[in-house]
Design a protein around this ligand. Sequence first.
Ligand code: S3P
Length: 170
Amino acid sequence: MSQKNIALIGFMGSGKSLVSKKLASTLKCEAISTDEWIERREGRSIRRIFEESGEPYFREQETQAVREVAGKESVVIDCGGGVVLNPRNIKELRKKGVIVFLAASPETVYQRIKDKKNRPLLKTVDPQAKIRQLMEERKSLYAQADYTIATDKKSVRQICAEIIQLLTDE
Ligand code: S3P
């Protein structure tokens, strides 16, 4: 079984947070969320960072967080959905890790996030259209992952088992 870091990428609501926690507890290692890393450093929520400092500032913090977290050993990294926007992030994550894309349909994403208020990019009049648009824009970026796992209608347990199987076969 690989001792590399495991970086989970994918759209908001694709299950990265729950999967990273379960995966880390199964593999007896640490799960680190880049969003939480940023929130701790900044002492404010992602929503407030977007509101007060704007997206470009958030992206700079995200790149710094990725650099720091990706330098660790044997951790599971729960990456913010937009981490793929900066090619440097992918490079960093790849240095010591394998990148797994958790794919979800726009419908699944919408169902998972619709009652949550913590996704500033989806605070629009038509969040479903925004999900489709951002997903389309990012499709080729998520495709840079080493592995893709479809997550629609699958349990967290099932997704973890698939990831472990993939990495065992590596
Ligand atoms: C974002 C995804 C969010 C968070 C921020 C921006 C994105 O993370 O980093 O709101 O650009 O897709 P999650 O994917 O963990 O929700």
